[in-house]
Design a protein around this ligand. Structure first.
Ligand code: SF4
Ligand code: FES
Length: 247
């Protein structure tokens, strides 16, 4: 008989449960299966009502983030073999409201992303673009690391500051703001700084660094926040010493 592993899954079906509970399933223990494969096995063979998000199954879309044995993970990149035998507990990402089973409510995160304007802000957005804005490899290197973010929200789930105060704009939004600030084609740095220098922006971060430790794409949001703090401090001194120099 094939070896099996127990997957303990958080269930929350608002029409039948007032509080989340756990349900156990036995799943084949297959060396090359990831946690997402186990969830799909449950959905296909054992209980079609289990709800969870996923799409690409290759660490690109950012939709399969969940808490696996207490840690925020991309379930398509987390192998069952990492846990050997025993029980694997799968829960929704922490710090977000749960809609159903393993599905979280994302609108707070999407709103925060929107606020930092994660796109290239043109100097004059009424003038039509006349040509491609090319980047040299050196220019690309400046922001490439931050552009790897896949919006998986794993850093928000690990962030104790966001867990205590959901007004904090959070790690990925700041990392994405920095991605565009470092792009030579962008003119939105001042507008972003206006958003991020507010109380719930960069200054709320106490530099715990968990965001950088858990990021599956090595984005380093903690580094972006520290760079931003430095920039904001420089701007403050500049405005204090030469008030006329600020546009
Ligand atoms: S910074 Fe990393 S952990 Fe945070 S959303 Fe982007 S990819 Fe995910
Ligand atoms: S399914 Fe797309 S990142 Fe996991």
């Amino acid at each position: 008989m094939a070896e099996t592993i127990t997957i303990e899954v958080a269930r929350y079906r608002p029409e039948q449960e007032t509080n989340p509970c756990f349900q156990e399933f036995q799943v084949p223990f297959t060396q090359d299966w990831v946690v997402l494969d186990a969830l799909n096995y449950i959905k296909d063979k054992l209980d079609g009502s289990l709800s969870f998000r996923w799409s690409c199954r290759m660490g690109v879309c950012g939709s399969c983030g969940m808490t696996v044995n207490g840690e925020p993970k991309l379930t398509c990149a987390t192998f069952l073999s990492h846990y050997q035998t025993g029980t694997i507990r799968v829960e929704p990402l922490k710090n977000f409201p749960v809609v159903r089973d393993l599905v979280i409510e994302m609108s707070d995160f999407l709103d925060k992303l929107q606020r930092v304007r994660p796109w290239i802000v043109e100097e004059d957005d009424t003038a039509p673009m006349e040509a491609e804005y090319l980047q040299t490899p050196e220019q690309l290197d400046k922001y490439k690391q931050f552009s790897m973010c896949i919006n998986c929200m794993i850093c928000y789930s690990a962030c104790p500051v966001y867990g205590l105060d959901s007004h904090f704009i959070g790690p990925a939004a700041i990392a994405l703001a920095q991605r565009y600030n470092l792009d030579s084609r962008d003119h939105g740095k001042e507008e972003r700084l206006d958003v991020l220098s507010q109380h719930e922006g960069i200054w709320d971060c106490t530099f715990v660094g968990e965001c950088t430790k858990v990021c599956p794409k090595n984005v380093d949001p903690a580094g972006a926040i520290q760079q931003y703090k430095l920039d904001a401090t420089k701007e403050w001194f500049k405005a204090f010493l030469k008030p006329w120099s600020k546009k």
